[in-house]
Design a protein. Structure first.
Length: 447
């Protein structure tokens, strides 16, 4: 290791050291590894994100990481205190108080999760949208807590973090749970369960014995490789990582289908009804139509009116943020009970709540709501489904918003397009495959 300069200590994470059994190690935050710089807080190895300047603190040339600078400056003269958390047995833990009942397919997956926890193994949990992945985790998490382990459930999306926090606090009411995301007022104080966005894992090192990564295929985790390093570093050396997704990569699918990796597949929802299969509807140059007439194309307007009359909540997915506004204006000519949301909308969470409560009937959204939000009896339309933003993964997740509730298992999904894309075909093929496997396993009612 290069020589340390200065004594600027960064403790990861901020906790009460008297309460938690720790093994500490001091390392240099930014190091040169094989003639290339690496940041040991965020894992960045892209040399474009490093800069060198004269540092007044160490009185020499100092290199710092610009990738994670918004969380504080990490440089060659900064030290990190890495704390590895030991297991903390607590016989007073009452653990799980969930009163629900797992379906046979959920129980099979739950047993695999418990095995992975007990044997400190990694696991891929491949379950279709609406299969009840969260409930499949409960028994494995309870086993981890009883063994004195620290648990983290992480996901790329804030919306999913908020949704999970509600469900876990209901299922584990006596367990201390930290919910961390950008703007969150909570801090980690040795909580036994942590629910956070992936970027928040940057604050931890060798802390969690059980790391559950939900939606591993979601942006930005699917393209930012340094986030994989961050996730690996947040887990203890001996522990378990459970990756969950409804849309694994092609490589993961192949390895799982050939049993080359430890996995459990759940191709059916708990209510034993098949996944809604999307239909394709040509709509032509819809942008030109809306801008010219200030109205929706006839086929889309007719489809929305049909489900407004039926009193169904409607998701209308659009390709970009800019299009949310002018499409919302066109939708308001059909119903005033409409709104639009996107990643830069400061009222995003309030608008989703209004949609959930029934105050809004049509919600125009970008792919920001492709996952993690469940609305009973929702109907799904994708405008411009052939656009590049709508990948196979995104379209499968969007389709998975429909038919999730046992009383409304047959929601409609329609892809409005100006030419059928390969991603549309692949998404439909994957949904049909899951339905086929569900029938093959006897987990679907084959009517």
């Amino acid at each position: 290791m290069d020589k340390f300069y200065g004594r600027k200590l960064q403790l990861l994470p901020t906790i009460n050291l008297q309460d938690i059994p720790l093994t500490s190690l001091i390392i240099q935050a930014v190091q040169k590894v094989k003639n290339r710089y690496q940041c040991f807080r965020c894992g960045n190895q892209n040399q474009q994100f490093f800069a060198t300047h004269f540092c007044a603190k160490c009185s020499s040339q100092c290199t710092y990481c610009r990738k994670c600078i918004t969380m504080g400056k990490m440089s060659t003269c900064t030290e990190l205190v890495i704390n590895e958390v030991d297991m903390k047995l607590d016989p007073s833990i009452s653990g799980l108080e969930w009163e629900g009942k797992l379906s046979p397919q959920q129980k099979e997956a739950s047993i695999k999760v418990v095995e992975a926890v007990n044997e400190n193994q990694n696991l891929l949990l491949w379950a279709v949208c609406g299969a009840g992945k969260t409930e499949m985790l409960f028994e494995g998490i309870e086993a981890a807590l009883q063994q004195g382990k620290f648990v983290c459930i992480t996901t790329p999306r804030v919306d999913v973090v908020l949704e999970l926090s509600i469900r876990f606090r209901q299922a584990f009411p006596t367990i201390s749970i930290a919910v961390l995301y950008g703007g969150s007022e909570e801090i980690w104080d040795g909580n036994r369960i942590t629910i956070c966005t992936v970027h928040q894992l940057m604050k931890f090192r060798h802390t969690f014995h059980l790391l559950i990564i939900d939606e591993v295929d979601a942006f930005p985790y699917n393209i930012e490789t340094h986030l994989h390093w961050i996730a690996n570093e947040s887990r203890t050396i001996k522990g378990s990582t459970v990756q969950m997704t409804a849309t694994p990569t092609s490589e993961q699918q192949l390895l799982a289908l050939k049993n080359k990796i430890k996995n459990v597949m759940v191709p059916a929802r708990y209510h034993r009804q098949p996944l809604p299969v999307p239909s394709f509807k040509w709509i032509g140059n819809w942008r030109k139509t809306i801008r010219k007439t200030q109205k929706l194309p006839n086929s889309l307007e007719k489809w929305i009116k049909l489900f407004i009359q039926k009193g169904c909540p409607i998701f209308l997915f659009v390709p970009t943020i800019n299009e949310c506004v002018f499409i919302e204006e066109a939708v308001k000519k059909i119903t005033v009970k409409s709104a639009s949301v996107h990643s830069q909308d400061p009222q995003r969470h309030e608008k989703v709540s209004a949609f959930r409560n029934g105050d809004t009937q049509v919600l125009i959204t970008t792919t920001i709501l492709e996952r993690g939000v469940t609305i009973s009896n929702s109907q799904i339309a994708v405008l411009g489904a052939d656009e590049e933003i709508f990948t196979e993964s995104a379209l499968v997740q969007i389709s998975g918003r429909a038919g999730r509730h046992i009383n409304y298992a047959n929601g409609e999904v329609i892809f409005f397009h100006n030419g059928i894309s390969e991603e549309m075909l692949k998404a439909k093929k994957q949904i049909l495959l899951m339905n086929h496997l569900g029938i093959e396993k006897g987990w679907l009612d084959n009517k």
